[in-house]
Design a protein around this ligand. Structure first.
Ligand code: ATP
Ligand code: MG
Length: 245
């Protein structure tokens, strides 16, 4: 099962969700791989992992390394870290035949129960590779005034990949993030639910400062502190498990 965490908007909680969901799913699965497809490399950093030298997902894309060469373990999950070279790789592969299927082919060679992919805030070739390799998409959405802005473009891309490259692709759910009890948050959640009926996760990720602090400690929220963020991502893990098992 390959789950991609995607929204081309920046700062909506993609990386926070990818990292904490990957660790949460340890309760249900033995072998979990977190793939960092963002040249910003936040997912690795969040778990205290850096891609040293040539050991990044960029080198796997370039064909000089395999996933097992580059993975590092943190909190019981394997992480395939990224670094800034991945930005160059995106430009390099633009003219290759089969440029959208590189990640799919890479993942074919390995055997994990669940693979979680953290995406950059763009609909470029790295994100298209992730969608082509995926079974399911989770879309974190900030519960603010602009919540649904940009989702139409996003869905067009998902549809296009589904119809041309990956017919098994489907949306696992929209995830409301940064929720607080303001009228704006409540309205944004209601509007999401009415537009995407039955597709919004019951679990809502509330604003929680510890979720912001945990990356600085190089830990998931589960390794960092018992708090509301811990409870919310624990709940999300259970809900995702129920949907995919
Ligand atoms: N529920 C939350 N409560 C408080 N802070 C949060 C929450 N979720 C994420 N954050 C913080 O908000 C910022 C953006 O989150 P994150 O990096 O997960 O977003 P992103 O979508 O991956 O961003 P990018 O598009 O740059 O990759 C980070 O500083 C993160 O720690
Ligand atoms: Mg991110």
């Amino acid at each position: 099962m390959v789950i991609v965490i995607m929204n081309q908007k920046g700062g909506v909680g993609k990386t926070t969700t990818a990292v904490n969901l990957a660790v949460a799913l340890k309760r249900n699965y033995e072998r979990i791989l977190l793939v960092d497809m963002d040249p910003q490399a936040n997912a690795g950093t969040h778990l205290g992992i850096r891609a040293d030298g040539d050991n990044s997902i960029a080198n796997v894309f370039a064909g000089t390394k395999k996933i097992p060469d580059i993975v590092k373990n943190a909190e019981g999950i394997d992480v395939a870290p990224s670094n800034i070279s991945l930005a160059g790789i995106e430009l390099q592969i633009v003219n290759e035949i089969g440029r959208e299927m590189i990640l799919k082919d890479i993942l074919k060679e390995i055997n994990y129960d669940v693979v979680i992919i953290d995406c950059p805030p763009s609909l470029g070739l790295l994100s298209v590779n992730a969608l082509t390799a995926a079974d399911k998409v989770i879309i974190p959405v900030l519960t603010d005034y602009f919540a649904r802005e940009g989702l139409a473009d996003f869905l067009r891309t998902v549809q296009k990949v589904k119809s041309t490259l990956n017919d098994k692709l489907s949306i696992l759910g929209y995830l409301a993030t940064n929720y607080d009890n303001t009228a704006i948050s409540k309205d944004a959640l209601e509007s999401l639910k009415s537009h995407f009926e039955g597709q919004v996760f019951k679990t809502v990720i509330r604003i929680n400062t510890h979720l912001k602090e945990a990356p600085g400690a190089g830990k998931s929220i589960f390794g960092y502190k018992k708090c509301r963020g811990y409870e919310d991502y624990e709940k999300l893990g259970e809900e995702v498990y129920e949907k995919i098992k």
